[in-house]
Each structure stands twice: as structure tokens, then as C-alpha cells.
Design a protein around this ligand. Sequence first.
Ligand SMILES: Nc1ncnc2c1ncn2[C@@H]1O[C@H](COP(=O)(O)OP(=O)(O)O)[C@@H](O)[C@H]1O
Ligand SMILES: [Mg+2]
Length: 254
Amino acid sequence: MDSTGLTAVSVAEILQSPHQRLLAYPGDVVGCDRISELADLGVTAIYDWGPKQIQSWHCLGLGYCGLVLLVQCQGQQIALKVRRTDASHASLAQEASMLTLANTQQVGPQLLGHSPNFLLMDYVMGQPLLAWLQGTHSWTRATLQSHLTQLLWQAFQLDQVGLDHGNLRCVTAHSIVTSQGPVLLDFSSASTTRRPANVTTLTQGLFWGTTIAPLLVPHWFHPDIQPCIERLRRYKHHPTTKSFQRLLDLLFDR
Ligand SMILES: Nc1ncnc2c1ncn2[C@@H]1O[C@H](COP(=O)(O)OP(=O)(O)O)[C@@H](O)[C@H]1O
Ligand SMILES: [Mg+2]
């Protein structure tokens, strides 16, 4: 047990148990390449901890590209994304380079290491945006506005460096609200070859999508669609700080 009260199982022990399959999900046998990559990355133990249960083990999350586990590395708790053996990408190299670029703008969890089959990154502790919004705890309109503004600023920073996140339509699943504010996750669909559309996609997803928008209405965040479309169009043609600020002014009635 470590100082946080969680118990970690050593990688050596995992490899001797049926749980070794987690490292090759949804396959059955973890190959030598993965075992040596884990050793090179310095992963020493894995925690049976997280909101998602897979093969009788608690994980931080599961997507179409990866299974994310809480692991121990140099005594720290860190998130490990394990490339699914049925993933469409043959390696996590592209995702690693996209996350590295996002990190230059202080966006996304900090990348701490990577190999073809694994990404090591900061463990983002908090609740997914949707759960946070639906939570029974009381948050103020000011906190909500601050979180939404921070998310839009992160999208703006990504637009500025020419990185299209590619998954912001489902921002509910791809942002975790921490005590420091929201963090954007999952750069598996990110690209620098498409024209970035982060601010426009995120704005639409937050304010007019079917999942989050209805939860914002009681807090008076229900901007008129027509003027917003006009400002989004301007922003799209001239993605400057000024046109972005003008969009925020309209969205938050500032
Ligand atoms: N750094 C992290 N810290 C905490 N949870 C994470 C982290 N990265 C991913 N997760 C969780 O794991 C889930 C799957 O990760 P994701 O990167 O979206 O995988 P995929 O590319 O397969 O969709 C996320 O939706 C999130 O809940
Ligand atoms: Mg995902």
C-alpha cells in the first residue's frame, strides 16, 4: 500500500497472473515487445483502481484505441495508455507526437514517456465534464463559466499551433474537471494535416449539442444561435485572439 492508501501489484506479479491480458487487451497474451517496452518506460506496478472495470480489474478508462491504467513509475502514480491489439493505429507514436505539441501550449496531460504500445502521462484526477455538470455538489455560475472559458481557450491554443484534436464533438468524454480546471484528453485522432476546427467544434458541442447544452440552459448559457454562427464564421476566416474574444463575449453575454 502506498501513501494514498492504494495497493499496487508489481508488473512481475501481473505477468504471472491472468491479469497480464490487460496489457494486450482484448487479446490474450502479452508479447515480449510489450514486456520490454514497459520495463524501459520504468513502469514497476499497476493499481487495481479506476471507475471502469475490465476483466475483473479497475481501470481509468477504455476507448477504441487504448485501455488506460493507473500505474506506478518512480514511486509516482501515473496514467498508462495501453494500445489495444485491435486498434486501427499500428503504434501510439502519432498520438505521442500530437500530445507533445499540445503540451507546448499547456494543453492535455503531460506526456512522460512513450513506446509503440504505450503512452505514459500525468494521471488526471477528477470527474468527466458531464458527470461534473450533473453532480450534486454545488458549483456556481462563475465556476462553470470559468471552466467553459478555459476549455475554449485550450481549443484556441490548439488552433493556433495547427493541431486539430478531432474528438471535441464528444467533449463530454474527453475532458476531466480537476481542482485546477478542465483538462482535454485523447489525442488519438489528432492531426496537423487537417485544418484545425477546435474552437468551432467545441462551441457547437458545448452550446448546441444534445448532451451538455440542456444542462447549461438553467445557468443562462443559451446564446442565440444566429449571431454566434456569424462570429464563428468570422473566427474561422480570421482565427485571431480578437475574433476569439468577440466570440467569448457573445457566448457569455459579457
Ligand atoms: N491521463 C489520464 N488520466 C485519467 N484518466 C484518463 C487519462 N487518459 C485517459 N483516461 C480515461 O481513459 C479513457 C480512454 O482514454 P482515451 O485516451 O480516450 O482512449 P481512446 O483513444 O481509446 O478513446 C478516457 O475517456 C478517460 O476516461
Ligand atoms: Mg477516447
